[in-house]
Design a protein around this ligand. Structure first.
Ligand code: SAH
Length: 327
């Protein structure tokens, strides 16, 4: 992708850069996600979905949906665990994947040949639904506003750097001079649409992603290229651009349904049996693989690694029992 030579609003820049990036790269050369670190991650989310399905009264058929499934690893592992633990749910579920990258759709189809693909959540068929999304919201484009004097400027991108223009709206009220406030409009729209749908038609959605539990000022835009931080503006389309998820704002926009969390990923996964399951699996492996498996579990759960910055948040139909991990 060419660098814009006239001012491009940051969210539009980020959307184009990521579309080009996901269409032309294997993102997993640049970053590693939880399902690629340990198969137990997807297995635990599959068991989470199975328990929620029981809590919903075992509707059949039921949609099992995922947003941004990457290589399809999470859902493959989830499905295997569901098939072993709850064959009735395995038989009732209809798999629907929301994915824009043709390249990743092909990878997903190799593992999940019976899935139906969608460009966005608008075309998901009606009915009760359980939805999973890991590291999806962080890839959605953000706007950035900067507090200047008594007003706000908005950030645009031109020739590899930021320029500021007077904001046509105010992202908040109080902030200190120079504070950056980020707004993820597509994430807010997804929260609102899903909450309305789940409230009306039943079901639950589970989001895992990184970001603070409470809204905070700060520039969290980042680029990763071969696992190293890169300049997010320099070479659009060559690196994966992400931003922290504002879970408080997301929860506020999902208020039509019942929101649980956010809770830290470490205690969430540990409470759902991450270490027991990894330990059982490790006992069937040779010493090297066994130690890799236990290290993978620690990487997902330890507070100073992925266990603290990553959070889990659930959106459920009001009146439904509290889903596992949020008690
Ligand atoms: N959930 C996977 C992949 C995370 S990477 C994992 O945990 O490994 C982000 C994923 O979201 C990729 O599959 C990417 O192609 C997809 N994606 C990014 N923006 C999207 C959008 N606007 N609509 C649908 N999918 C999107």
């Amino acid at each position: 992708m060419e660098r814009p030579d006239k001012p491009e609003r940051l969210d539009r820049f980020m959307a184009q850069a990521n579309a080009a990036y996901y269409a032309n790269h294997d993102p997993f050369r640049d970053f590693t996600t939880a399902p690629e670190i340990s198969q137990v991650f997807g297995e635990i989310l599959g068991l989470w979905a199975a328990i929620v399905w029981e809590q919903m009264g075992r509707p059949a058929p039921v949609l099992l949906a995922e947003l941004g499934p990457g290589r399809g690893t999470l859902m493959r592992d989830a499905r295997r665990a569901i098939g072993q633990a709850m064959p009735d749910f395995a038989a009732a579920l209809r798999l629907h994947l929301v994915e824009t990258s043709p390249r990743l759709r092909a990878a997903q189809a190799a593992l999940l040949p019976d899935a139906v693909w969608h460009d966005d959540i608008a075309t998901l068929p009606p009915g009760p639904m359980i939805l999973l999304a890991n590291e999806f919201l962080d890839a959605l484009p953000i706007r950035q506003f900067v507090r200047r004097g008594a007003g706000w400027m908005e950030r645009f991108v031109m020739e590899g750097r930021f320029i500021e223009a007077a904001a046509t709206e105010a992202p908040g009220s109080v902030a200190a001079e120079g504070d950056v406030i980020e707004i993820n409009e597509p994430a807010r729209a997804i929260a609102a649409t899903l909450a309305a749908r789940l409230a009306n038609q039943g079901g639950a959605a589970l989001f895992l992603d990184y970001g603070p539990a409470r809204s905070a000022a700060g520039d969290s835009l980042q680029a990763l290229r071969t696992a190293r931080p890169a300049d997010p503006l320099a070479d659009p389309g060559a690196a994966d651009l992400t931003a922290h998820v504002d879970f408080q704002a997301f929860a506020a926009h999902a208020a039509a349904a019942q929101v649980h969390g956010p809770v830290q990923q470490g205690p969430f996964l540990a409470g759902l049996g991450l270490f027991q399951r990894s330990g059982r699996l490790a006992r069937t492996q040779d010493a090297t693989r066994a130690s890799q498996m236990m290290h993978a579990a620690q990487r997902l759960a330890e507070p100073d690694r992925m266990g603290g910055l990553f959070k889990a948040l659930a959106v459920c139909q009001p009146g439904q029992p509290v889903p596992p991990g949020f008690e």
